[in-house]
Design a binder for this molecule. Structure first.
Ligand SMILES: O=C(CO)[C@@H](O)[C@@H](O)COP(=O)(O)O
Length: 242
């Protein structure tokens, strides 16, 4: 088993920084109304394979309320989802979704962060196994098209992770609605994955409200593919500060 205190000091420093970031990012889940109780998690990849032969991941401990989270209780795992000797008590177990997060890191090298919530409107689409249609410019910007639905997969092994990878590999969307479960999001960084979780709930809510107000004269209107492509390209490459 890897022992954190015996790893190269630069890796220990990377882990410490990731623990602080992941702990702080968990506060964004209740802040943006994405979770009730402990029903969501954030992880980050620690890129250290060149130094120790494998990347690591940092994720919250299972079932701990967000007000009790701190960098010191963030759990460090290898990419099989196995907790390393990270200095936390042995009894402190990683998130129940650790295997899913680890599978994504193992099979999508570009992914640096993974988030899972049960946010209400996105999870309602997951309950219907219905993709979120691309009817908003914000969806073109952030998702490059519809938000897809992933397969029904039960927690406890890597089946959720396999479903996420099968759905999102080669897909523009950083979010997948796992059937009857809820959204999982990915990003180049953990912060990007949290942003995708915020945005997928926002667009799900807006589409649902738009549908509720739709009439035969004013139905919800999809965006044409070329418009979506232009929106996505601008937002991903021009928007914001560079
Ligand atoms: O969906 C589930 C359980 O079914 C989990 O994602 C959710 O309860 C959060 O669990 P953790 O506190 O991260 O272990």
């Amino acid at each position: 088993m890897l022992v954190l205190d015996e790893l190269p000091v630069e890796v220990q420093a990377q882990v410490a920084a990731s623990r602080a970031e992941v702990s702080a990012l968990h506060a964004e889940l209740p802040r943006w109304g994405l979770v009730v109780w402990t029903a969501g998690n954030v992880s980050a990849r620690v890129r250290c394979a060149d130094q120790i032969g494998t990347d690591l991941m940092v994720i919250k401990p299972s079932g701990v309320t967000y007000d009790e989270l701190s960098p010191q209780v963030m759990v460090v795992c290898d990419l099989t989802g196995t907790k390393i000797d990270d200095g936390t008590p042995d009894r402190l177990t990683p998130s129940s979704d650790t295997a899913a997060h680890a599978h994504v890191y193992e099979h999508m090298a570009e992914v640096g962060g993974v988030v899972h919530t049960h946010s209400t409107y996105a999870t309602a689409f997951a309950a219907r196994r219905e993709e979120i249609p691309c009817v908003l410019t914000m969806m073109g910007d952030e998702f490059g098209g519809p938000v897809p639905v992933g397969p029904l997969a039960l927690i406890g092994d890597d089946s959720i992770g396999r479903g996420i990878v099968e759905t999102l590999r080669g897909h523009k969307s950083p979010a997948v609605l796992m059937a009857n479960h809820g959204p999982f999001t990915i990003g180049r960084t953990a912060k990007d994955a949290v942003k995708a979780a915020v945005m997928v709930e926002e667009v799900a809510r807006t589409v649902q409200i738009a549908r509720a107000g739709a009439t035969p004269e004013c139905p919800v209107q999809p965006l044409e593919d070329d418009v979506v492509a232009r929106l996505y390209d601008r937002y991903q490459n021009v928007y914001g500060q560079h």
